[in-house]
Design a protein around this ligand. Structure first.
Ligand SMILES: Cc1cc2nc3c(=O)[nH]c(=O)nc-3n(C[C@H](O)[C@H](O)[C@H](O)COP(=O)(O)OP(=O)(O)OC[C@H]3O[C@@H](n4cnc5c(N)ncnc54)[C@H](O)[C@@H]3O)c2cc1C
Length: 452
């Protein structure tokens, strides 16, 4: 098949290179949108013959963490075809390019749910290859452990299907190994049964941050696995999409999901076990939790729906002690001067900390909380000011930093990253040396995921 990649200036280049994080534009030497496996194969063969390194993306949600693409051929995967649901087998086959919103739409009418993240717009493949932390993760584990098969085009231009029986080493390395193995064209993902959740969010003025964080943390320590929440400080802009009660930040927001595995009444009681002690600290400015279908989970976290520039930082944290809570409030709470629009803790633990039998190389996350904080550098706020405050938060929380990171939450390539042990890095490097001996995909590897 003949192949033509588009050069800069061509509208097809702009479409293929477009990213969700506008703070990190992709500027490859050439770009192509691949809609079929044959187009992916032609692109890989062309790059190999022309001596161009290959980069891959789907949505560019992770563009902030991506290395510069100078001199590379960028392949955007947007493969044709529907999300196919095997209802009896509880598996979805998902073409690369699909976003979680489309998968949830296809599976939930059957009472089945994938281990998706908080936003409908996130690409399935990039999320799963980097582990993936779902609000359901405390019940079902790291999302990549739910992957049953992966189809990819490797550096030799061949399509391979890998699973637990066929090249289990490559199958393991693909799931959390840091990339650089090839272009994924489809994945098969196990679904879990669920028809009802309790989902929502509650907000308070930030002057109560310390007491609220103490009560929230206490609840997280022995919370049921069906429940997962986040605790964030929000400085939301005064725009019509933001409810009036939340425009005079900073506000504290606790949001999340409780799976109604044993009925809605029990899930409502579990939700009140969390929220009643917090409601007793201060009257919420907004308090909206409801019994809902699982699709509602994509709406609770206030994620941006459209591309925008953002800059942020991330750490995996241990349990905070009293001084950790004080430090959190000092650098992020009322009077801190924090410019971060959203900054806070995602509750981990439960099945996220369990080794996944037959899981990927990143099969668990060994930390209590995932810290993330970010802002959009809209004038007068500058990228430098955001970065400076990220450093202030990092220094303040350093005593509770595990030094490890969850790859999906890294928005900044300059930040320290440590997803894998040295032994696992060596193992994934051995797989790369076998499937990509010339390093065609070498510049697509996450920092710290290779010793090459
Ligand atoms: C608003 C928002 C909400 C989020 N919520 C969550 C959440 O709840 N939980 C969570 O864990 N993460 C979350 N994330 C992070 C998200 O999971 C990562 O940014 C993820 O990498 C996005 O995947 P993508 O394919 O959309 O992004 P891209 O930037 O397109 O891809 C990221 C990387 O994945 C690889 N990749 C993508 N497609 C392919 C392919 N076809 N073949 C081979 N490699 C490929 C490439 O290495 C690429 O650099 C969120 C991000 C945003 C912006």
């Amino acid at each position: 098949m003949s192949f033509a990649a588009s050069p800069p200036g061509d509208p097809a280049y702009d479409a293929a290179a477009a990213v969700f994080n506008l703070a990190a534009p992709a500027r490859p030497a050439a770009a192509v949108t691949a809609r079929t496996v044959e187009e992916v194969r032609a692109a890989v063969r062309h790059a190999r013959a022309a001596g161009l390194p290959v980069r891959v993306h789907t949505t560019g949600h992770a563009a902030g963490g991506a290395a510069p693409m100078d001199g590379a051929l960028l392949i955007r995967t947007a493969l044709d075809g529907p999300v196919e649901v095997d209802v009896a087998g509880r598996v979805a086959r998902i073409p690369a390019g699909a976003r979680w919103g489309a998968v949830v739409e296809a599976t939930t009418p059957h009472g089945l749910v994938p281990p998706h993240g908080s936003a409908a717009t996130v690409g399935v493949v990039g999320y799963l290859l980097r582990g993936g932390i779902s609000f359901y993760g405390r019940a079902v584990g790291v999302a990549a452990n739910s992957v049953r098969a992966i189809e990819l085009v490797t550096a030799d231009g061949e399509l391979r299907r890998v699973d637990a029986e066929h090249d289990p080493e490559l199958f393991r390395a693909l799931r959390g190994g840091g990339g650089g193995f090839g272009v994924v064209t489809a994945v098969e993902v196990a679904l879990f049964p669920a028809t009802t959740v309790v989902a929502g969010s509650t907000f308070w003025p930030a002057e109560h941050a310390g007491a609220l964080l103490r009560a929230w943390q206490k609840w997280t320590l022995d919370a049921p696995r069906e429940a997962a929440t986040s605790f964030r400080v929000l400085n939301l802009p005064p725009v019509p999409e933001v409810p009036a009660e939340l425009r005079n930040g900073p506000m504290i927001g606790v949001d999340g999901v409780v799976l109604a595995t044993d009925g809605a009444e029990r899930a409502l009681r579990q939700t009140d076990d969390l929220l009643d002690p917090l409601r007793a600290i201060a009257r919420p400015a907004l308090d909206a939790w409801q019994v809902a279908a699982p699709g509602a989970v994509l709406d609770i976290h206030m994620d941006p729906a459209d591309p925008l520039p953002f800059v942020g930082d991330h750490m995996l944290l241990r349990r905070l002690d009293d001084s950790g809570i004080d430090e959190f409030v000092r650098v992020l709470g009322a009077g801190s001067g924090s410019p971060l629009v959203m900054a806070g803790l995602r509750q981990l633990g439960g099945a996220l900390a369990d080794p996944g039998p037959g899981g990927g190389v990143l099969d668990r996350i060994d930390a209590h909380y995932a810290y993330s904080g970010s802002a959009a550098p809209f004038p007068p706020l500058t990228e430098e000011e955001i970065t400076r405050h990220c450093a202030v938060v990092r220094a303040a929380l350093a005593p509770w930093d595990t030094g490890r990171t969850a790859p999906t939450f890294v928005d900044n390539r300059a930040q320290p990253q440590g997803h894998l042990s040295a032994e696992d890095v060596a193992a994934v490097d051995r797989v790369r040396a076998r499937v990509d001996p010339t390093g065609l995909f070498g510049s697509d590897i996450t920092p710290g995921a290779t010793a090459r």
